[in-house]
Design a protein around this ligand. Structure first.
Ligand code: URA
Length: 242
C-alpha cells in the first residue's frame, strides 16, 4: 500500500505537491469515489483516476549513480542546492534515490521509479551489504575496531556486526583509511560508528552495494542497471542480503 499522492507522482502525472492539490481539489477518484484525504493508502488493485483519466504506471527504470560530495539525496531542495536527479537531465521518469547518502558522502546510489523495488531493497530485514571507505581522524587501536566489528551502542541501539579492514594509516597526518561493510542503513550510521570510537570521519565514500560497484563511473556519472543486475538485486534482497 502506498500513499495516494505518491502513486500519482510516480505515475508521472504531476509532482508530489501538485498531486496533493489535485486530491484536495476533488480531482482524484479511487475505485470510482472522490477521495480528498491526503495520505489515503491505495494498493495495486485500486483504480485511481485523475481528472477522470485512469493512471498509467511509468515503465520502471533503474540506474546507478556515482554521487559526488555536496549533493543532496533528494529530488528537489528548497534551498536550491544540487540534488541527485540533476545528474539525469534526459530521464523523464520520476526517479528517486533508494535510501540516501549524506550531503558530504560520495559514492554508489541506486535510482529508480519502482517503489516496490526500492522498498524491497530498503526494508531493514533485507538490507544488503554496503561497503564504505572512510578517511578517519587518528589511528584506531585494534580494540576500538573490534567494537565496530562486534557491534557498538549508538543512541538508536546496537549496530549489527560489521566487517572492518584498515587500508592504510598516515602517522604524519594522523589519519587512517578504513573499509567498513555494514548491512544496516541507519541515518549517518558509519559516521556515528566512527564517532563512537573517537575517530570521526573526515571523508566517506560508498564503494559497493551488494555486488554492484562504481566500476567505470566517475563522480557524477550514472548508468542504467542491466535487467540481470535488477533481478540479482531483487533476489539478493529477498534472500535477506545473502
Ligand atoms: N553512513 C553515513 O554515515 N553516511 C552515509 O551517507 C551513509 C552511511
Amino acid at each position: 500500500m502506498e500513499r495516494l499522492q505518491k502513486i500519482i507522482a510516480h505515475s508521472g502525472v504531476a509532482s508530489r505537491r501538485k498531486a496533493e492539490e489535485l486530491i484536495l481539489d476533488g480531482k482524484v477518484k479511487v475505485n470510482g469515489e472522490v477521495v480528498k484525504t491526503l495520505g489515503t493508502k491505495v494498493g495495486q488493485n485500486d483504480k485511481v483516476e485523475v481528472n477522470g483519466v485512469p493512471l498509467e504506471n511509468e515503465a520502471p527504470v533503474y540506474f546507478v549513480l556515482n554521487k559526488p560530495r555536496g549533493v543532496i539525496s533528494a529530488v528537489q531542495d528548497d534551498k536550491n542546492r544540487k540534488v541527485v536527479t540533476d545528474f539525469f537531465p534526459l530521464v523523464e521518469e520520476r526517479i528517486y534515490p533508494v535510501g540516501r547518502l549524506d550531503y558530504d558522502t560520495s559514492g554508489l546510489l541506486i535510482m529508480t521509479n519502482d517503489g516496490e523495488f526500492a522498498n524491497l531493497l530498503m526494508h531493514p530485514k533485507n538490507e544488503v551489504d554496503k561497503v564504505y571507505v572512510a578517511k578517519v581522524k587518528g589511528i584506531p587501536m585494534r580494540e576500538q575496531l573490534k567494537k565496530l566489528i562486534h557491534g557498538i551502542k549508538l543512541e538508536d541501539g546496537m549496530t549489527a556486526p560489521a566487517k572492518v579492514k584498515v587500508i592504510s594509516t598516515d602517522k604524519k597526518k594522523n589519519t587512517s583509511i578504513i573499509q567498513i561493510t555494514i548491512h544496516e542503513g541507519r541515518n549517518r550510521q558509519v559516521r556515528r560508528m566512527f564517532e563512537a570510537i573517537g575517530h570521526p570521519v573526515i571523508k566517506l565514500k560508498r564503494e559497493q552495494y551488494g555486488f554492484l560497484t562504481l566500476k567505470g563511473l566517475r563522480p557524477g556519472d550514472a548508468r542504467e542497471l542491466t535487467p540481470h543486475e535488477v533481478k540479482q538485486l531483487r533476489v539478493m534482497a529477498s534472500n535477506n542480503g545473502k
